[in-house]
Design a protein around this ligand. Structure first.
Ligand code: CIR
Length: 257
C-alpha cells in the first residue's frame, strides 16, 4: 500500500511567518531548507512517494501544508485556514489532491487549520483554537457523516493547534501534553505524556509503524521507545521557530481514486 506525501519547498519569506505563542527569532533559511530536505528524505526512507510542490515565495507559511487540507481514505477536505494570510495556500493543495480524492471544502464562516484535526480510526478530534471554530466543526460533521466519521470539537489552551498537544503514535496510543488539553477526552486510548520539561514534544508523525519525531525532545523520545514505539529522529529546529513541527510539513495519504 503506497503512501504519498505532499510537501512544499520552504518559502524565502519564512521569516515573516505567523506567530502566536513564540517570539520572533531570526531564521537561518539555508538551514531550514536543509532540515526540510532531511525530513523529506526521512519520509522517503519510510516508504512515502513524495509529491513536492514548488515554493510559494510570497506565502511565508506555505511549507506547513498540513494546515490546508485533511486527507481521509474516502475524500479530501480543503480547509479554510484561520489566519487570513494563509487562506490562499489551499488552491495549490486542492489541485495536488484532485487526482487522488474527491474534494470537499470548508466554507465561510467556518475556519479550521489541518493542524487542529486529529484522526484516530473513525473519530476526528478538532481543536477549538485561535484558528479553528465551531462552524467548521459542524460543517465537518455534516460533510463527513456519510463516510461514518464522528467529529468532536475539543478545547485547546496555551498552544497553537490541537496537534501541538496530542498526536497518535500507534493505532491506539496518543502522545499528550496534559497542560494544553483535557486528557480525560481521550480516556479510551493508551496515553504517553510528554516529559514535563518538553512542552512542545507531543507532535509526532506516524508513518506505518514508525513515528517521525524531533531530536529536540530526548526525554519524551525515551518514553516513546520504552513503550515500544519505533522512532526516526529529525531536526526541524529552524521551522520550529516558525511554530512548525513534524506533522505540519506534509500531507500523507494512501494513493487511490
Ligand atoms: C502558523 O502560525 O500558521 C505557522 N507559522 C505555523 C503553522 C504550523 N502548522 C501546524 O502546526 N500544523
Amino acid at each position: 500500500m503506497t503512501q504519498h506525501a505532499i510537501t512544499r519547498a520552504v518559502s524565502a519569506s519564512l521569516g515573516e511567518c505567523e506567530l502566536t505563542h513564540q517570539n520572533r527569532l531570526p531564521i537561518d533559511l539555508d538551514l531550514a531548507r536543509q532540515q526540510h530536505a532531511e525530513y523529506e528524505a526521512c519520509l522517503e526512507r519510510l516508504g512515502c512517494v513524495l509529491i513536492q510542490l514548488p515554493e510559494k515565495p510570497e506565502l511565508p507559511d506555505a511549507v506547513f501544508v498540513e494546515d490546508a487540507a485533511v486527507v481521509l481514505d474516502e475524500v479530501a477536505l480543503i480547509t479554510r485556514p484561520g489566519a487570513v494570510s494563509r487562506r490562499t495556500e489551499t488552491e495549490s493543495i486542492a489541485a495536488a489532491l484532485q487526482p487522488y480524492r474527491d474534494i470537499l471544502r470548508i466554507e465561510s464562516p467556518g475556519t479550521v487549520d489541518g493542524g487542529d484535526v486529529l484522526l484516530v480510526g473513525k473519530d476526528i478530534y478538532v481543536g477549538l483554537s485561535s484558528r479553528s471554530n465551531e462552524q467548521a466543526v459542524s460543517q465537518m460533521q455534516q460533510l463527513l457523516a456519510p463516510y461514518n466519521y464522528r467529529v468532536h470539537g475539543i478545547e485547546v489552551h496555551g498552544c497553537l493547534h490541537l496537534k501541538s498537544a496530542v498526536t497518535a503514535v500507534s493505532e491506539n496510543t496518543l502522545l499528550v501534553n496534559p497542560d494544553w488539553i483535557d486528557s480525560s477526552t481521550f480516556a479510551r486510548y493508551e496515553i504517553i505524556k510528554v516529559h514535563p520539561d518538553e512542552a512542545y514534544g507531543a507532535n509526532g508523525l506516524r508513518i506505518g509503524e514508525t513515528v517521525i519525531y524531533p531530536v529536540t525532545f530526548p526525554r519524551t523520545a525515551e518514553r516513546l521507545v520504552q513503550r515500544g514505539i519505533r522512532i526516526e529522529l529529525v531536526d526541524l529546529s529552524e521551522l520550529a521557530k516558525a511554530e512548525g513541527a513534524v506533522t505540519c510539513c506534509s500531507l500523507v495519504f494512501t494513493k487511490h481514486k
